[in-house]
Design a protein around this ligand. Structure first.
Ligand SMILES: C[S@@+](CC[C@H](N)C(=O)[O-])C[C@H]1O[C@@H](n2cnc3c(N)ncnc32)[C@H](O)[C@@H]1O
Length: 257
């Protein structure tokens, strides 16, 4: 383990004490099991919406996110991934793609805030989403479609140099048609990876959402050629019934590798 990762571990230990720990979520989970909330079906509300509402009300991560002031339950996925792989170090500059409503940006900001952050006046965390995101102090949010061919250049113009980490939690709304959803998520991951290869400093890291059994062979090969280590991980906060999984690529070899 590098000195940077060790010092990151120390930082994480400190941050976790103030943030919502996984224990907090499972403690809530125990409570929620006892008090499972049922939602009465309402006229005009679709069964799928009723089930969604019921799931939200009974989801321990939703409750824990609300309690901790996180904008999404997805925040816990990034906490788990970073606890395991240690890519968010103090002072790191991060691009967060598919950032709205902002849970990952909150965690990235919290875990990278340190004496080196924002020293040169450039944004510390840059968030991009096709939807509007409510402002977060310390995060520059851009509302852009990342599949628009002009977007990567536009985002790069806002960066004052290379960055340490590129995160992508981008996902198009699910259609329920597996091949379509697969193609869409792979297109987003590919756009994120191509961008990461342009903006990461050597040694930087890339984390992206893909679908289980589905990181395309070519995409995976490109990651393996560009990074020292490529792993798949499914955080506990990711719903078991969801096919999403994260690919964590550590140690960028540099452009032209
Ligand atoms: C699962 S949500 C991200 C949640 C976020 N990580 C958080 O912690 O709050 C996926 C996001 O990807 C965004 N997205 C989907 N397609 C996109 C695109 N083409 N360009 C930019 N963002 C996109 C969606 O608008 C949505 O906000």
């Amino acid at each position: 383990m590098s000195d940077r990762q060790k010092s990151n571990d120390r930082t994480r230990g400190r941050v976790d004490q103030s943030g919502p720990a996984r224990g907090e979520a499972s403690q809530d989970a125990r409570g929620e099991r006892l008090l499972k909330k049922k939602v009465k079906s309402a006229r005009g509300r679709k069964i799928s919406s009723t089930l969604w509402l019921e799931r939200q009300l009974n989801d321990p991560y939703v409750a824990a996110a609300k309690k901790a002031g996180y904008r999404s339950r997805a925040a816990f996925k990034l906490i788990e991934l970073d606890d395991r792989f240690g890519f968010l170090s103090s002072g790191a500059r991060v691009v967060d793609l598919g950032a709205a409503p902002g849970g990952w940006s909150q965690i990235a900001l919290k875990r990278t805030s340190g004496k080196n952050a924002s020293m040169d006046g450039t944004p510390h965390i840059l968030a991009v989403d096709i939807q509007v995101m409510e402002p977060i102090t310390g995060v520059l949010a851009l509302q852009l479609d990342f599949l628009d061919p002009q977007t990567p250049d536009e985002v790069q113009r806002h960066l004052g140099g290379k960055v340490d980490v590129v995160l992508s939690d981008m996902a198009a709304p699910a259609t329920g048609h597996k091949p379509t959803d697969h193609v869409r998520i792979i297109a987003l991951c590919e756009a994120a990876l191509n961008f990461a290869i342009h903006v990461l400093r050597p040694g930087g890291h890339f984390v992206a959402k893909v679908l289980q059994g589905g990181t395309e062979r070519d995409l995976l090969l490109k990651m393996k050629n560009s990074f020292h280590s490529v792993r798949h991980a499914k955080p506990k906060a990711s719903r078991a019934e969801s096919a999403e999984v994260y690919v964590v690529a550590l140690g960028f070899k540099g452009q032209g590798a």
